[in-house]
Design a protein around this ligand. Structure first.
Ligand SMILES: NC(=O)c1ccc[n+]([C@@H]2O[C@H](COP(=O)([O-])OP(=O)(O)OC[C@H]3O[C@@H](n4cnc5c(N)ncnc54)[C@H](O)[C@@H]3O)[C@@H](O)[C@H]2O)c1
Length: 323
């Protein structure tokens, strides 16, 4: 039975991954590390929690020892657009937390999952059907932490046998916790505006294609890769995975099929546009499919239908709608 520590468990991914891991491995076997508010509703009542600043190795080591952890899900990060405004913080959290997790994992024999991102690619990476193994020269601090993270994770595996595994997440679309300042956030925000019948102002140009994924598939990926047969893994850090690729116009058109009166206008954010332009249009995820059976369930049509239904239900019961 796994004993799991989630670091950064209150963010967009962690707030949903914690429920899913508890449902699979048992409530008492999943410890949720938190750092700062906001906290998801019911967070402290749902199971065991521990305050951890992952940039402090002693706090990571104390939690691993105290709860006899064998698997760390390290989700602490400062996302792309926010990190560009504070590069030092982006580096300190992204790399500092990872190095601490790796060193503690080496000492206490833990497996480590740390997400990478489409941000690990740069403008001279092939943008169409981006290969698994290709040029990685990102020009954002976020992307640089992701490439460095992939390399150092492979190093800890090859040199010391630390069981490190990772996926390159595309933009993630979800309806529980808001995204934390990434370049693909528009693809979440647009749904909140649409269900409230408000105009959405899109910060990215029409024609800006990026890979995306609905949260249920992202959670499955994190669990499947950590359960994968190690003998079948030719890669570790990190696997391309995707579920769909669209630009703002395609997403707008799909939402309008459900909410015909919805209006979208453009007001381009130069920082976000520059980052988005440097990322792949669509990735080749065949290595993940072959090596550990990656097979997402939601395409654009299925994700849009589900997002709108869930957000409408939330609004109907008077829950807060954020945008
Ligand atoms: N959300 C996406 O679209 C997306 C896409 C690609 C990759 N990723 C990656 O997935 C991981 C999780 O992303 P997310 O979207 O949940 O991010 P998020 O910004 O929503 O959450 C990050 C979490 O890290 C915590 N944190 C910040 N500093 C910390 C510290 N010093 N110690 C401990 N915790 C700290 C925050 O409190 C928060 O809970 C990150 O590595 C991110 O780069 C996310």
């Amino acid at each position: 039975m796994k004993r799991i520590l989630i670091i950064g468990s209150t963010g967009q991914i962690g707030s949903e991954l914690s429920w899913k891991l508890r449902s699979i491995y048992g409530e008492s076997n999943v410890i949720c590390g938190y750092f700062a508010p906001p906290f998801p509703e019911g967070f402290f009542e749902a199971g065991q929690t521990v305050k951890i600043d992952a940039t402090d190795i002693n706090q990571v080591a104390d939690a691993v020892k105290k709860y006899q952890i064998d698997t760390i899900y390290n989700l602490a990060a400062i996302l792309s657009a926010t990190a560009e405004k504070n590069p030092q913080l982006g580096w300190d959290v992204g790399i500092g937390s990872l190095m601490n997790c790796l060193d503690v994992a080496r000492e206490y024999h833990c497996a480590v999952f740390t997400p990478s991102s489409i941000g690990a690619f740069g403008s001279n990476t092939p943008h169409k059907n981006t290969p698994q193994d290709t040029i990685q020269r990102p020009n954002t601090v976020y992307g640089i932490t992701k490439v460095a993270g992939e390399l150092i994770s492979d190093y800890y595996y090859e040199r010391w046998g630390v069981d490190t595994r990772s996926v390159r997440y595309p933009g993630l679309i979800s309806n529980l916790t808001l995204p934390g300042g990434g370049t693909t956030d528009y693809a979440v925000e647009i749904f909140y505006k649409a269900v409230k019948n408000e105009k959405f102002v899109c910060p990215l140009r029409a024609g800006t294609f990026m890979d995306m994924m609905y949260m249920p598939d992202a959670l499955d990926a994190a669990i499947q890769i950590m359960e994968a047969d190690p003998a079948k893994l030719k890669h570790r850090n990190s696997f391309n995975i995707t579920a769909m690729s669209f630009d703002p116009e395609r997403l707008y058109a799909e939402i309008k099929r459900h909410i015909p009166g919805f209006v979208m206008e453009y007001d381009i954010d130069p920082l976000k546009q520059a980052i988005a332009d440097s990322w792949p249009d669509n990735m080749d995820d065949s290595c993940a499919r072959i090596e550990w059976g990656w097979n997402p369930k939601y395409n654009l049509e299925a994700m849009t239908k589900d997002m709108i239904a869930i957000l409408k239900k939330k609004m109907a019961v008077g829950n807060e709608c954020y945008f």
